[in-house]
Write a protein that binds this ligand. Sequence first.
Ligand SMILES: [Zn+2]
Length: 374
Amino acid sequence: MNWNYKQPVEIHFGTGILFGMKELTAKAGYSRGLLVTSPSFVKRGIVDRLSAFCEGRICAVFDGVMPNPDVVQVDACAALARNEKCDFIIALGGGSVLDCAKVVSVLALCEKSASDFVGKTVGIPLEHLPLIAVPTTAGTGSEVTSVAVISDHARGVKVPLAADSFFPAMAIVDPELTYSASPYLTACCGVDALCHAIEAYWSRHHQPVCDALAVKAVKMLLANIEDAVYTDYNKTARNNMSEASLIAGLAFAIPKTSSAHACSYPLTNLLGIPHGEACGLTIDHWIRFNYSHGDRRIIELAEALGFSSPDELADRIGEIKKYTGLRTTLADMKLSDAKLQELIEGCKHPNMLNNPVKVEDSDIAALMTALAHG
Ligand SMILES: [Zn+2]
């Protein structure tokens, strides 16, 4: 089997390392930074702290990134980067902020709109501003991938875009930034990371380096998620979740995600379910589905994790969802037939082709109908 591995992101991990931003930005020769973030980090004083650490190197702040960033918002942020003649970007936030900043890093150097990239698999320019990604949640993995998920609400779509120009120059992963996350957010992000690693392992584009990373990530996530969510903001568990989420990001950066992520996009778009919870809703189903359809990869993964069968792994994920309060059904939403049909159509997403066994349209319809009816 032939395979390639590439990981261009310089990674710094550790509690309290945000303090080192001055040295890192100075060493890189950056002078005019745009800080991209969301309103809560301004309110909590983290933007001021980060600006102080950068000692005058941040010349503008865009604090308007909302969950599931829209192309209009991305364009507004890019215009600020161009007007301020920025030479680097810092993204401080969760997946939405990081993904927005990745697209901005390209748009800052060209007169295009983010909507020009939606639906394109080629044609995203290579030239871009260097990006420093500072994740504040343990889940996205976006700090080490070339994928940016953005929405075009006018067209009713949420799509992952992939381009080499989206790789951050640096990832600064400081677990302290996750300590204040609520139990619900911690659970959503942790389950998202679990899906990244599991889907990467069985992806049709799997390869041995990412396999090893995926196994390590799933082990750490399963061992720490409940403590991170509920044990009084347990710092050790949250440090481990941060590290595991970063490793899960490295695991799926090349193989990419598949079935659970394919279903997550319409679940978020049409029903407003947050990304991690949306991925988690179907992951245990896909584990059982792939196992019962003869996929060897899920058997190998379950064995590597110490489970006697993939069903046991699926059961364990079911327990985590129950324990952390993540949804396991859509019955409470009382979906109309038309909405259910729209949901089924939305799940026929290109990521589904990355599932190791073929998924028929009737399989998707059966799954979504079962979830809708409880
Ligand atoms: Zn995800």
